[in-house]
Design a protein around this ligand. Structure first.
Ligand code: ATP
Length: 232
């Protein structure tokens, strides 16, 4: 459903990705791991239309989407949960969710009600400004906002970063329920154990290149360690 072919990305003169090939099948969960600065966020930005310097290197259902703006990518069913959440701070929880529903694909399953069923605390806090929420609750809003577009593919950037273990557990518990709707996911995650537990396949990036890929059931801890730290 999604492919990148020789994907490169740059910030001015600085090259961040050097020919990345990844695929995501319908309904699949793919984890992207790698150390700080490996290029994980840049990869997600290149898919989601935030970065647009790879016109023919990102394909969605066979169509090049690398030149599309973020809202056009969203309309095709690819939604991003960005690093740092990027909520509208002065708007309420419910208003943030409704903004996510403004680009909406068909009559899919995600509505305010189903997002509140997934994260019941958000219903209790629905009239609170986003800034009044804890970090974990804000992350739930960011996920809910992305779901409100009824995505086929959800791109999640570091959804556990900076959160307490108990909150991370709650957020990760929601992922299988999102997958039950048939959505595919790409998860960027610093916590390798968590990434391997949740994903079907993994790609490890180092310095803008893929150093390992495989099914999470078939790759060894040693191989992941070598690919992550570059001591293969
Ligand atoms: P992290 O876990 O720290 O977010 P990452 O794997 O997501 O790391 P990226 O954020 O994609 O890595 O960064 C890849 C490289 O691109 C890094 O060397 C980073 O310094 C550089 N980079 C990222 N964003 C910019 C930017 N806006 N301008 C210039 N360089 C950038």
């Amino acid at each position: 459903m999604l492919e990148t072919h020789g994907l490169t990305a740059s910030y001015g003169q600085f090259k961040a990705l050097f020919g990345i090939d990844i695929t995501v099948a319908p309904g699949e969960c793919v984890a992207i791991i790698g150390a700080n600065g490996a290029g994980k966020t840049t990869l997600l930005r290149s898919i989601s239309g935030v970065l647009r310097n790879a016109p023919d290197m990102v394909l969605h259902k066979g169509t090049p989407i690398g030149a599309l703006a973020a809202d056009a990518v969203l309309q095709r069913g690819i939604a991003m949960v960005p690093e740092g959440r990027k909520l509208f701070p002065s708007l309420s929880v419910e208003e943030n969710l409704l903004i996510g529903g403004q680009v909406r694909r068909g009559d899919g399953r995600w509505t305010l009600e189903t997002v509140y069923a997934l994260f019941p605390i958000l219903k209790e806090r629905r009239l609170s400004p986003a800034t009044a929420l804890s970090g974990g609750q804000q992350q739930m809003v960011a996920i809910g906002r992305a779901l409100m577009s009824n995505p086929e593919l959800l791109l999640c950037d570091e959804i556990s970063l900076g959160l307490a273990p108990v909150v991370i557990r709650d957020i990760y518990a929601a992922l299988p329920r999102i997958r039950e709707t048939g959505a595919a996911m790409v998860i960027v995650e610093q916590d390798i154990t968590r990434a391997l537990a949740v994903a079907d396949r993994v790609y490890c990036l180092m310095e803008g290149r893929v150093t390992l890929t495989g099914a999470t059931t078939s790759i060894t801890r040693e191989a992941v360690h070598a690919a992550y730290f570059g001591d293969a």
